[in-house]
Ligand binder design. Structure first.
Ligand SMILES: [Zn+2]
Length: 391
């Protein structure tokens, strides 16, 4: 999967590859972007481009043959159009393939956590979670259950980072989150003050402000911005042809410009939650009778699964309320539930601004009740009842 497969943010990707080409890649790079923007995908692509044994450019022409490291028989390896002359990776060599194994981060993390769970109690405490599918490429995720990067993880990085890579040209360390414990952040800072020549550190974050200013100032920040709705829609037309145009348009709007979120979007789950959200709101608007609401709320049961289900219901209600507000304030182009626009419009006409405000406040109360573990169905019923006309 060469760089031409990376979706969106072409300018940022080009800048990074130009730095690679000039041999001026920063020792520490912060990749900033929303969840699902492609930070991890991009970091692994760069790790492969740094270490690909064939090191192709996207078009090694005949003229360049014999000029050294960037020669590669493109025609034999890829059907991609030849678009630029920047460093790329082949995807087939032993470095590329091993690094690519880290791509399914969720699966690799689950394996690492399971391996730790199987250790003896005493070893368990001292074992930190890492993902390593290549001897010189280390992925450092937040360590469960606290889901923070811990000082022992950074110490492990310090122990290995000053050794020359064994099989790579450049060793690569990818911190997948900026949730550092304080001591861990301070230790990382020490590495950044004296980085070795042959290592690159990637810090992935949704918000660079979470990193210590002293860390930020020693790294270069690259931002993966949100994709436009039209771009998301055209990508989804290619990558999710089984969704119809209305569904693609809906997912594009709900994913807030993050293509990874769009591609992993649980459309069926969303539509089911939204049907329930509509039933709750209609009942609250006095537009449906109560049996409908009770049918819905009865299906929400205590327990972990029920909790997840009700949280997605609440998020969906918020989204619908926001759409109602967009319509009421004349910003209809911002509506996300475009596939049921007529229904949303009807709600926006029967609810006034004060009602929407009360509904949002009521939802806040339901959420607080959830945290105190009040019976779920009860608080949902109460929420709808309190909003009914004349209540
Ligand atoms: Zn390769």
């Amino acid at each position: 999967m060469p760089f031409s497969d990376f979706i969106g943010n072409a300018e940022t990707v080009r800048r990074l590859r130009e730095m690679l080409a000039r041999g001026h890649f920063p020792h520490a790079a912060i990749l900033s972007g929303a969840r699902g923007a492609g930070k991890y995908t991009l970091a692994l692509m760069l790790a492969r481009a740094m270490n690909c044994l064939k090191r192709p450019t996207a078009h090694a022409t005949k003229d360049e043959e014999g000029m050294g490291s960037f020669v590669f028989d493109i025609a034999a390896a890829a059907d991609e159009p030849l678009t630029d002359a920047l460093p790329d990776f082949c995807g087939h060599c032993s470095n590329c393939t091993r690094i690519a194994l880290a791509g399914d981060l969720e699966a690799r993390l689950a394996e690492a956590v399971e391996a730790r769970d199987n250790l003896r109690e005493t070893d368990k405490k001292e074992t930190r979670i890492f993902v390593q599918t290549h001897p010189d490429i280390l992925v450092i995720p937040p360590d469960p259950p606290q889901m923070m990067i811990k000082v022992d993880q950074v110490r492990h990085v310090i122990h290995s980072i000053y050794y020359r890579p064994a099989e790579a040209r450049e060793s690569v360390y990818i911190f997948t989150s900026s949730a550092f414990m304080k001591e861990a952040a301070n230790s990382l800072l020490k590495v950044l003050e004296e980085p070795p020549e042959f290592a690159t550190i990637f810090l992935l974050t949704e918000n660079p402000g979470e990193l210590l200013p002293t860390i930020r100032s020693r790294a270069m920040i690259f931002t993966l911005g949100a994709l436009a709705v039209a771009e998301m829609e055209s990508q989804l037309a290619k990558l999710r042809p089984n969704w119809n145009p209305r569904q693609r348009s809906l997912v594009a709007r709900l994913s807030e410009g993050a293509i990874g979120r769009a591609l992993s979007f649980d459309l069926e789950g969303y539509i089911a939650a939204r049907a329930h959200a509509l039933a709750v709101l209609k009942s609250a608007l006095g537009a449906a009778d109560h049996s409908e609401l009770f049918k819905v709320t009865e299906s929400y049961r205590p327990g972990a699964e029920g909790r997840e289900k009700i949280e997605s219901l609440l998020r969906t209600i918020y989204l619908l309320l926001e759409d109602v507000m967009f319509l009421q304030s004349g910003a209809g182009q911002l509506v996300r539930n475009t596939d049921i626009q007529a229904e949303v419009k009807k709600m926006s006409e029967s609810a006034d601004f004060a009602w929407v405000q009360r509904a949002a406040q009521g939802l806040g109360e339901v959420e607080r009740g959830l945290r105190r573990n009040l019976l779920r169905s009860l608080s949902l019923d109460a929420f709808a009842a309190a909003l009914e006309p004349g209540a």
